[in-house]
Design a protein around this ligand. Sequence first.
Ligand SMILES: Cc1cc2nc3c(=O)[nH]c(=O)nc-3n(C[C@H](O)[C@H](O)[C@H](O)COP(=O)(O)OP(=O)(O)OC[C@H]3O[C@@H](n4cnc5c(N)ncnc54)[C@H](O)[C@@H]3O)c2cc1C
Length: 373
Amino acid sequence: MKKWMSLMMAAFLAVPVLSGCGSSTTPGATEGKATTEAAPQDENTDIVVIGAGGAGLSAAVEATNAGAKVIVLEKMPMVGGNTTRATGGLNAAGTEAQKKKGIEDSQELFYKDTMKGGYDKNNPELVKILTTQAKDSVVWLESMGADLSDVGRAAGASVNRIHRPTGGAAVGSNVVSTLKNQVKEKNVDVRVKNKAVEIIKDQEGKVTGVKAENKDGKAYTINAKAVILATGGFSANQEMVISYKPELKGFATTNHPGALGEGIRLGESVGANLVDMAEIQTHPTVVPEKGVMVTEAVRGNGAILINKDGKRFINELLTRDVVSKGILDQKDGVAYLFFDDGLRKGLKAVEEYFNMQLVTEADSVEELAGRSV
Ligand SMILES: Cc1cc2nc3c(=O)[nH]c(=O)nc-3n(C[C@H](O)[C@H](O)[C@H](O)COP(=O)(O)OP(=O)(O)OC[C@H]3O[C@@H](n4cnc5c(N)ncnc54)[C@H](O)[C@@H]3O)c2cc1C
């Protein structure tokens, strides 16, 4: 028998648009080398990477491949950052996976969609890099064992373009475990619970290294030829969010708890200019009390949004800002994502929402309507 399901969505939350966990024994992540007895010694390396999310781990893998000695500092007890939380998929145009499915896409269309989604405020040069090179990222990740063979639709895209693991499983954990395996294989020195607290410059203003705190809170210095700042976003820092966009006061976040923006301050301290800080994107389908974001792949695979009167009120695949506003304009600022078990079979990522008991299910639409809160 067909089953019908609904998921209640309320006001939304901040997700960084562009930026780029468990224990100290996380594969590919090694504890800081300092001991509790003595003050840690200064060290020398070629490159320090600050932050072990997708960007930092990718940089570490490539720098190691190019022959550099690399130290990665990660302040949290595990690697992955927000990248682990990414669920929907990785946008890329002109990939083999798209071709196999007969999807006609181009880098030009990807560029157009991206600029349109950003109301042309985007930096065209960066969007060009994203839209022309994302395809190579897919090839690169797949060459290391990532599974990006399934292609789905995301809001704001003209064609199916988000790449994700077989059966529509979550993308971030797949990408992070691929990168973790790589750093482990290459013996990259990845130090969790080690936080960068200062970027050091010499008298000429050249960056020469990093001051860090190890897992015991002891300070040490790493002298390096280059420092790569890959510290991600700041949406878990409510104060900082409000300072740039006051209207987001009270919004919950789906970011990982380490997304506090310290890296942005580190950059500023050595003279970096900040741009577009108020361009904080909100996501339409979020369960704010739980800090859970429901991937837009659910809408991409066919779920519709209905309001408390059971009425569909918007094209679910419009851009996030438009759909977010659409939901907030409904009674009590909430809506339900409504889908059947056909969607569930084709999109493994939704299992997580069942596991978290966010979904109400029933054997008929009438029964479901009676049960939904
Ligand atoms: C719920 C959710 C779903 C998402 N879904 C998608 C999606 O489907 N597709 C998509 O393309 N994007 C998605 N995104 C966005 C995407 O996850 C991010 O843009 C991307 O992961 C950013 O990667 P990053 O490496 O720059 O940052 P992160 O992955 O956040 O890594 C930064 C790391 O730096 C560490 N760090 C910070 N400061 C310091 C310091 N001082 N010292 C040492 N370490 C430090 C942090 O702890 C963190 O581990 C999603 C985001 C969220 C929150």
